[in-house]
Design a binder for this molecule. Sequence first.
Ligand SMILES: [Fe+2]
Length: 619
Amino acid sequence: MTAILGISAFYHDSAAALVIDGEIIAAAQEERFTRKKHDPDFPKGAISYCLREAGLGPEDLDFVAFYDKPLTKFERLLETYLAYVPRGFPSFRLAMPLWLKDKLHMRRMIRQGLGGSTRARVVFTDHHESHAASAFFPSPYEQAAILTLDGVGEWSTTTLGVGRGNRIELTDQIQFPHSLGLLYSTFTYYCGFKVNSGEYKLMGLAPYGRPIYRDLILEKLMDLKPDGSFWLNMDYFNYCQGLTMTGRRFHDIFGGPPRSPESLLDQRHMDLAASIQAVTEEVMLRIGRHLHERTGMRHLVLAGGVALNCVANGKLLRDGCFDDLWIQPAAGDAGGALGTALFVWHQLLDRPRTCDLIHDTQRGSFLGPKFENDEIAMFLQTSGATGERFDDESELLEHVAGLLTAGKVVGWFHGRMEFGPRALGARSILGDPRSPLMQATMNLKIKFRESFRPFAPCVLQELAHEWFEMRPEQESPYMLLVAGVREQHRTPIDPEQARIMQDDPDLRNRVNVVRSQVPAITHVDYSARLQTIDAGRNPRFHRLLEKFYLQTGCPILVNTSFNVRGEPIVCTPHDAYRCFLATDMDALVLEDYVIQKGEGAPEVDQVERQQYLAQFQLD
Ligand SMILES: [Fe+2]
């Protein structure tokens, strides 16, 4: 037996993954255990979970693989600093103590973090090799073109390559500071959202705008070649030398200083969002076409933070140069932990790879902890809550579907926790997408935020193509593609609604205009960020959707992550129950137990609720 532990840490979203004899046994992000969103620290909690899952101790590990090369990264920081002397000094001074204290002594830190009892060989793989490995090795393809795109690793920000059998080969790269990820993050920052987490908000804002700055971006900010390679004009960016992303020249051409977070969004911000989204899509389409021409491959796999841009992924797929795409669900740096472990097994140890041509080998990304009914029973007992236990699954699902049909919001906790940023039906909050009030209700009463974005739908795989513009066999099991709601499910809007859609300054009013039979998940441009649910990956969740479909004729549910604003997705029954109590969720399903408000749940203490919510920073 060969046990390989993969680790990503010290930048953003630490994680651990365990691969035994090539099989993915477990993977999880550290934030789920420490309850600190995007926790970058050494992933102690995630590592001990992975080992526990396999019944191993640190002494049983053969390899510990780290997802990037700290020395090369350090060299990049030094070189960047030297190139911008003396302007880069403030950021250099901030970064250095951490590097000198921790990051340059990674081997020692890893051994210490594992309790000193491991004899495992410690291996460092290249950041983009880790991303590429996470995209290709679990994919359902014998061979595929590979594209990785992110902010930056050591030097690379974009790599192109090919995977065949058990090998990957990266052939081309674009290097720092020229980075599509950092370009997108620059606009995220400029529009007043948080870098490294607010990118999806910017993407959600884009449908409200017109891409009127697209040409300006292409003319001033970057030199984009026909093959998709690009240079950024660094005169406009501040991220090499400063503590901010943008400087005066950037503000001059886009009409003012950055928006302050939480302030009003105006048309300019929407247009900026639409413009950078259009540019991102253009870059990805050009690279995709070039990569197809170069490699002749029918399939493409993607990873890196930019691969979470599901709107661009949808465009790339519909462009048609590739028959299909597979995107690593943990596309950001957390997924590097899985990639580096798989890289060691296949590439370094040259072990064969068997791919699952139907479902991939990512196991629905349900790679985290699971809790049995008796653990839940014990938890409920100690916390003084009473849940109704359903021994018959069909009755349970019938009951839950009934609650959803009645407009209730249900916390759904089942099976192993998801690996990656999206809730995929193991730690999800569910609602009825047909309700015109559901978007506002779920945001205000559960997430404690106001949002201009619709929720994401999950839909029965078998019926997805009837509701959304996709091919019958097309899957989106990891919520990484966007497709339009089909014409026949759209509803006409009257002139007054059209006016609201056009110019109401409050975007919530725009998103709440009913435009389809499933308004809670339909964006203003009729797009939806959908997840298809198949019986293979999550059979119980599939059966729940079938019940809901039988009761309503609608094969779709709202699926949002089980957390409040700024909180990591819940991991344990305790996390879930606390979140349930702190919000106006109507019911909580913990495996076979259903707990409903007012029925056995203790009276909610308002002070406790406020304290709980105050822990989490705005995301
Ligand atoms: Fe990355």
